[in-house]
Ligand binder design. Sequence first.
Ligand code: DC
Length: 223
Amino acid sequence: MSYNIAIDGPAGAGKSTIAKKVARNLDFIYVDTGAMYRAIALYLLRNQVKTENEERISHFAKLANVELTYINGEQQVILNGENVSGFIRTEQVGNMASVAAKNEDVRAQLLDLQRNLAQRENVIMDGRDIGTHVLPNADLKIYLTASSKVRANRRYRELQEKGMECNLEEIEQDIITRDKQDMERKIAPLKQAEDALLLDSSDMTIQEVVDKIVVLYHENCGR
Ligand code: DC
């Protein structure tokens, strides 16, 4: 039986950085489900699909075959045979991913992929609906959050380090819009699962959050 850890929370809470470190520590596979939505969003953008055109979103999403592979333990996202990992981290793709994620067909398409992976492997999977919807029986569930100011500051620094031009206020506004969109959508909205542990990382370092999750794993899971 595989062991599953679910980490949900809003954009920029530090889920991926933390999940990657926990995965390394426990020798689990890290699955970034946001990257799957981003790959579909990239395909929609490349095909000039408009955000308000649900029919075209459904149509084009079906033509986007998303797969995950791992190179040196790093998740790679393959879109119709092309490794698009280097193209999916822009704000434009993130915003389109949040729009595409409201679409029923898009969600259904990715759900199978996510569940199959978790059934086969010990995974730490991050996203918005992992504990509530994708893996309701996950062995350990974390809801990781931080204030929108802290999250915007983190993303701003991240983008600056990559040499990308950015504006702090715009980033915070994007984060607030994206939170609202992810929390208020009809299908599998972002919310804390009843049995998830709430961790607010506003005043915690990355390492403190990682250590906390590793301790929880050993305590709760008896392994
Ligand atoms: O975590 P991220 O920023 O890479 O995610 C991009 C978008 O994908 C996010 O705004 C909402 C959507 N998403 C989702 O709806 N469900 C998930 N499990 C993961 C991401």
